[in-house]
Design a protein around this ligand. Structure first.
Ligand code: 57M
Length: 359
């Protein structure tokens, strides 16, 4: 919105023309969110500590986690406002996709907030029940999917990475697919958020990748050259992704090992859902499996562990799921697990760019 105000004067002051460019506003949005997180972070952590918003640690987890008891949580309470504020300042206010992402941040953030709040007031690990959590997530994702479906010109064809000629039209079937991507991403990120910086760095990498993809798909010339779906208006999503990257870096400053704050469900459920929504908007839904490959890997480790446990009547594939706990229990120091998982996330994201040419 601020950009609109500044741009009003571009006829008198010609260099203000630069605010018209998505690239310039993406840089501003990244830096603004970063600064807000830096400045707010230290103060917010002190406030969370004073209000005793501390993490409860389960007894059945890896032993080194007990020392994390009481670490301030719900860091999403400064992470999310940094993203919202920065987006509202630098993104085009008439763009429908920007508002859809704002809705996702607030709705999934709200669900996470209630979950965290219940855990903190009950002083145990019982937050929202699984049924409630899933139902609310599905309702919020359905609203998003239906809003996109009815939006004039929204394309319901599915882009399949590496196969440019296979583009099935899902029609109404696009709605359940979008819901699955959004709710799946939300929960996969939530599961990954179990070691210091383990979720936020791969999120920065994934949003950095989608920053590029949204710019490319929102540019008619580049999209046609690369033969990727052109989505009019998707370029503004770069500004939102920039805000998440900036806020994420600011948050990582405090969440880096040994963490001074955790993001809580308010952060993880919301950022995961935003990632899924951005994948849907840019028509790169399936590519999320690569861009967010680490989150998929973590979620699959839980699915296989639980299924195997039930099938064999109590045996396990991993020492503990999600898989980061397996490596901790094998004796890897926490920072080693974290940095190695970051490396995997970066490699997968880089690989996703090859889909632009390998098709
Ligand atoms: C939440 N939350 C962390 C923090 C963070 C089905 C089952 C696999 C579900 C899973 C689960 O509940 N996962 C989702 C994961 C928790 O972190 C809080 O939660 C927020 C994210 N939602 O922001 O507020 C703990 O993670 C650690 N942490 C850090 N640094 C960070 O920056 O060290 C988090 C952020 C924190 C802190 O210790 O307390 C969590 O792990 O609870 N359940 C599990 O993950 C459990 N796994 C399990 O039960 N496995 C079984 C099943 C699959 C059969 C098995 O393998 O046998 C483990 N979680 C814990 N202890 N804490 C088990 C033991």
């Amino acid at each position: 919105m601020l950009y609109k105000l500044i741009y009003l004067f571009h006829t008198d002051i010609s260099w203000l023309n630069v605010f018209r460019y998505i690239t310039f506003r993406t840089v501003l949005s990244t830096l603004t969110a970063l600064m807000i997180c830096f400045i707010m972070g230290g103060w917010a952590i002190k406030r969370l500590s004073a209000m005793q918003v501390g993490q409860y640690i389960r007894d059945d987890g890896p032993p080194n986690h007990k020392s994390k008891e009481g670490t301030p949580t719900m860091g999403g309470l400064f992470l999310l406002p940094a993203i919202v504020l920065s987006t509202l300042l630098w993104a085009e206010p008439t763009n429908i996709y920007v508002w859809i992402v704002m809705f996702v941040i607030l709705s999934f953030g709200g669900i996470g907030f209630v979950d965290d709040y219940l855990k903190i007031t009950r002083k145990d690990s019982r937050g929202l029940s699984t049924v409630w959590k899933f139902s609310l997530q599905i309702i919020a994702a359905l609203i998003v999917a239906m809003a996109l479906y009815v939006y004039p010109g929204f394309d319901t064809h599915l882009t399949i990475p590496f196969f440019k000629k296979v583009v099935p039209d899902l029609g109404l079937g696009y709605i359940p697919l979008a819901v699955f991507v959004i709710v799946g991403a939300s929960n996969a990120v939530n599961l990954t958020d179990g070691l210091d910086g383990l979720a936020i760095s791969p999120l920065i990498v994934a949003f950095g990748s989608y920053l590029v993809f949204s710019y490319l798909s929102g540019h008619v010339g580049i999209a046609s050259y690369l033969q990727i779906p052109y989505v009019a208006g998707a370029g503004e999503i770069s500004v939102v992704c920039g805000a998440v990257v900036g806020a994420g870096l600011g948050f990582l400053w405090y969440n880096a090992y040994p963490a001074e704050v955790f993001m809580g469900d308010v952060g993880s459920l919301s950022l995961g859902a935003v990632l899924g929504t951005v994948a849907v908007i840019t028509k790169q839904e399936l590519l999320l499996v690569l861009v967010g490959g680490l989150f998929v890997f973590e979620a699959l480790s839980v699915i296989f562990q639980v299924a195997y446990f039930k099938f064999t009547g109590g045996q396990r594939i991993f020492r503990m799921a999600p898989i980061h706990h397996h490596f901790e229990l094998k004796g890897w120091p926490e920072p080693k697990v974290i940095v190695r998982f970051w490396i995997i996330a970066i490699i997968l994201a880089l690989f996703s760019f090859s889909t632009l040419k390998l098709r």
